[in-house]
Design a protein around this ligand. Structure first.
Ligand code: UT7
Length: 327
């Protein structure tokens, strides 16, 4: 493969746990209501991994589906990246567990990448750069998170938001005769915002009584940064490629809050129907959110050959990122 060959998404897949936790059930755990959660977030239910399901097993499920969709075998993969902030273990990486589960060959680079909810877009950008170098041919890029393992089920300000799942794509040289390709990507991180959204315990920093392994969040501030970060990255990507929002056939945004998605649609001056939304059924699945939504969008016929797509994310860090894709 010459480094100049266009790189395209060759297949998509996803995996969501079977167990559904709806808002009414949550209302029995904490002082909340179906009405509050729907009005403030748009979420109706989320999936919860249980019975031995882990980030790695969900990631493997999504990866297997993406390989089948691409018509490739695990032996074709020489680059495997799992974007996650909830790895099964500090080491080895989730990617190595997925490698074994899927039968990906030994001569494959396997590693995890953590950019929280922006992780999938970060991983896509990194995989693209490595494939474009000509040193790798086919990448399996997976976003997988089990955020319910980091949720404080007594904190109504966060526990209603998150769910578990995984989504995956296969990247490789565009098929002959196809115009499908990755067009551009842009990543970013906002300095000084680490404390707005974090899991303060569980890493290698010295343990303090306050450092809990649960998500803590300043929701309103995250909200404002999310809207600004996603709008700016969308604007930059479109402008530097000589495109306008009107040319976007479909936007697949990070699925965190319907109000954030509405703000983005307004900014892009796009009819709401062009934004793909499935957060009412999954909540915020972190790094899985965009590939899970992309897989559903494609399989439901919302994305067609030749369409211009924008993927756009934000998350803890705070990080953000976007990618333009010709389908
Ligand atoms: O991937 C990135 C992940 N993070 C995000 O996307 C978070 C972005 N932020 C948000 O989505 C929103 O800020 C939230 C959904 C988290 C919160 O919505 P909000 O409109 O910013 O609500 P708020 O924090 O201002 O809370 C309003 C009220 C408060 O009560 P008081 O002080 O007005 O009496 C909260 O205590 O709603 C209360 N409240 C709840 N009430 C019922 C907060 N959570 C709940 C709840 N059920 N689950």
């Amino acid at each position: 493969m010459s480094p100049a060959s266009p790189i395209a998404i060759l297949g998509t897949g996803s995996h969501a746990p079977a167990r559904i936790l709806n808002n009414d059930e949550l209302s029995r755990l904490v002082d909340t209501s179906d009405e509050w959660i729907i009005t403030r977030t748009g979420i109706r239910e989320r999936r919860v991994a249980e019975g031995g399901e882990t980030t790695a097993t969900m990631a493997a499920g999504a990866g297997r589906a993406a390989l089948a969709d691409a018509g490739l075998s695990p032996h074709d993969i020489d680059l495997l990246i799992v974007a996650t902030c909830t790895p099964d273990l500090p080491m080895p990486s989730t990617a190595c567990l997925v490698q074994t589960a899927l039968g990906v060959r030994e001569r494959a680079a396997c590693f995890d990448l953590n950019a929280a909810c922006s992780g999938f877009v970060y991983a896509l950008d990194q995989a693209w750069a490595l494939l474009a170098s000509g040193r790798y041919r086919h990448a399996l890029v997976i976003g997988a998170d089990k955020l319910t393992s980091a949720v404080d089920w007594t904190d109504r300000t966060t526990c209603v938001l998150f769910g578990d799942g995984a989504g995956a794509i296969v990247l490789g040289p565009a098929r002959p005769g196809s115009d499908s390709r990755l067009i551009d990507a842009q990543l970013g991180a906002i300095p000084g915002t680490a404390e707005l959204l974090s899991i303060p315990g569980g890493g290698a920093s010295p343990a303090t009584p306050e450092a809990r392994r649960c998500i803590t969040m300043k929701g309103k501030e995250v909200f404002k940064h999310a809207v600004r970060g996603m709008e700016e990255v969308a604007r930059d990507l479109l402008a530097r490629n000589g495109l306008t929002g009107a040319e976007l056939a479909c936007v697949v945004p990070h699925q965190a809050n319907l109000r954030i998605i509405h703000a983005l649609a307004q900014y892009l001056e796009l009819p709401y129907e062009r934004i793909f939304v499935n957060l009412e059924r999954y909540g915020n699945t972190s790094a899985a959110s965009i590939p899970l939504a992309l897989d559903e969008a494609r399989r439901s016929g919302r994305v067609k050959s030749g369409d211009l797509l924008l993927l756009v994310a934000f998350g803890a860090g705070l990080t953000y990122g976007g990618a333009l894709v010709r389908w």
